[in-house]
Design a protein around this ligand. Structure first.
Ligand code: GLU
Length: 524
């Protein structure tokens, strides 16, 4: 019988869940699902200065938002718990006892000052701890411990150890010379375990079969293998994931845009698109397929299709992919997930009659990182009431943007005009190019279209209204463009809005007429 796969994602709660961490989490989760195994979430909170309870929550929320359900870990428990390292101290003490019994560790009494002095004296040629305490007489060492002398515990790296070798599922055969390995500290003077020691203890006690993690840990692996050997424990299979680089080939950082999962959520990216996109940062299904559901990822994921080439994080591709998911999601889901942005557009609407020409946005202006005030309770309540009262209006917004949005957040600005009631904010450039265009007879065009829209005999339906307005081109001897662009600017505020007549159908007749009247009064 093959061994049941058990994998873990082991974040340190020292910050948010970043793109790299999320990718590691997804690979572990998908591998567990594909193998019918267990996905464990373990919080590595042994750095008291940088780990916070708040960061734990942020990470758990990001995992939940991505839909990466864990089988064992915080909140769900499990037989191998607890799942916070700080609650596992007794297991590290136990492991140290075992190492002592097996003669694999020794106490070291060298002070920090002594070690610093040695390091300084050796300069460039410093080759690690000189093993001064390794050969202390055991009885003498015990006497010093009993006398309360501060000490750490170091691993006694076997002197006759050949190269440390392992077969990495991504990197292939890897070999490190053992003779350059330091007698590393496993337990500090205060009794706390070091990172390498805690990880090996946990992975052993939790029965982890595969360690899938970033290749920044590749150099820790030979050290960890020495600890496994010291404990007489089997080593898991390792799979180290290549770095994620920005499109400029440099390590992914804030410079390349958002780097935490939360930021992408707040910018209107969908969890399904994020999971799909991140799954492809270093893994591929068949080298071709780009859009794939969680089900496909979870059933098809395999370690042998992970590449060791660095993965490039291309936000344009992510935006494209997000757009694909938006197109597929359907109106009801879109309204539900777009709430934060629709509520904002709703709160920023104008309930009173108001028309103004406003400066066009500068396309070259640097993107501002403005802090947005959260909506207050009243604004939310007003939005919720309206959304519940007018489901057709909200669902009707979806086809206006479904094929154009690359993030849900775009809805706020792209659809702002749908919340202006009888008002319209006229984009200055559009006014000059369309309404004040020399010889284009924009005022005449607007007046003629207004007549069609004002006629109560015309049902308020996009296709019919469009047909009637288009029919004006011939008698007026006007190009369609010159006939309809003014209407677009007068109703939507600019010349690049979503579909015009579909927008008109969703607005109230009296509001559309008020917008046209306001525009005529303001511009001509
Ligand atoms: N806590 C470590 C980190 O956040 C992960 C350790 C591991 O996966 O072995 O980098």
């Amino acid at each position: 019988m093959t061994q049941q796969v058990r994998v873990r994602f082991a974040p340190s709660p020292t910050g948010r869940l970043h793109i790299g961490g999320a990718r590691t989490a997804i690979f572990n989760w998908a591998f567990a699902r594909a193998m019918g195994g267990t996905f464990i979430l373990r919080i590595e909170d042994t750095d008291p200065e940088r780990s916070t309870e708040e960061n734990v929550q942020v990470i758990l929320n990001a995992m939940k938002w991505l839909g990466l359900d864990w089988d064992e870990g915080p909140e769900v428990g499990g037989e191998a718990g607890p799942y916070f390292q700080m609650q596992r101290m007794d297991t590290y003490t136990e492991a140290l006892e075992k190492l002592k019994q097996r003669g694999a560790v020794y106490p070291c009494f060298c002070t920090k000052e002594e070690l610093d002095a040695k390091r300084e004296a050796a300069g460039e040629s410093y080759a690690g701890y000189d093993r001064t305490c390794r050969d202390l007489d055991p009885a003498e060492a015990q006497r010093r411990i009993d006398a309360g002398e501060p000490h750490v515990w170091r691993l006694k790296v076997p002197t006759d150890h050949g190269p440390i070798e392992f077969d990495d599922a991504v990197y292939g055969h890897v070999s490190f010379p053992a003779d350059v390995m330091d007698d590393m500290i496993l337990v500090r003077t205060d009794g706390s375990p070091t990172y390498n020691f805690a990880v090996v203890c946990d992975d052993t006690n939790m029965g982890i079969t595969h360690v899938i993690r970033g290749d920044d840990h590749l150099s820790n692996t030979p050290r960890q293998i020495l600890i496994y050997e010291g404990l007489g424990a089997p080593t898991p299979t390792f799979a180290h994931l290549s770095m994620i680089l920005g499109p400029d080939g440099k390590k992914l950082s804030k410079r390349h845009g958002a780097t935490s999962v939360e930021e992408y959520r707040d910018r209107g990216f969908l969890p399904d698109a994020m999971v799909n996109f991140l799954a492809l940062l270093g893994w591929s299904l068949d080298g071709e397929t780009t859009i794939m559901s969680r089900d496909v990822i979870c059933s098809e994921f395999s370690l042998d299709r992970i590449t060791k080439k660095d993965a490039i994080f291309d936000e344009t591709k992510l935006a494209w992919m997000n757009g694909q998911y938006i197109q597929k999601m359907g109106a009801a889901e879109w309204v539900r997930l777009s709430e934060p942005w629709l509520a904002r557009a709703h709160a920023e609407g104008y309930p009173y009659v108001y028309t103004a020409i406003v400066p066009s946005p500068d396309p070259n202006a640097p993107a501002e990182e403005e802090a947005v005030e959260p909506l207050n309770e009243e604004q939310w309540a007003a939005f919720t009431d309206e959304r519940n009262a007018r489901p057709d209006f909200y669902e009707g917004l979806y086809p206006l943007v479904a094929e154009r949005e690359t993030s849900l957040a775009e809805g706020e600005s792209k659809l702002a005009y749908m919340f202006w009631g009888p008002c319209v904010l006229l984009d200055e450039k559009s006014v000059n190019k369309v309404l004040r265009k020399e010889g284009a007879r924009a005022e005449e065009a607007l007046a003629a279209c207004r007549e069609v829209l004002a006629d109560e005999a015309n049902p308020w339906e996009a296709a019919l209204l469009e047909e009637k307005c288009r029919a004006l081109a011939e008698p007026l001897d006007m190009k369609l463009r010159n006939l309809l662009q003014p209407l677009r600017v007068a109703v939507c505020g600019n010349m690049v809005s979503p579909p015009l007549f579909e927008s008109i159908e969703l607005l109230k007749r009296e509001d559309v007429l008020a917008r046209i009247d306001g525009t005529i009064a303001e511009v001509f």
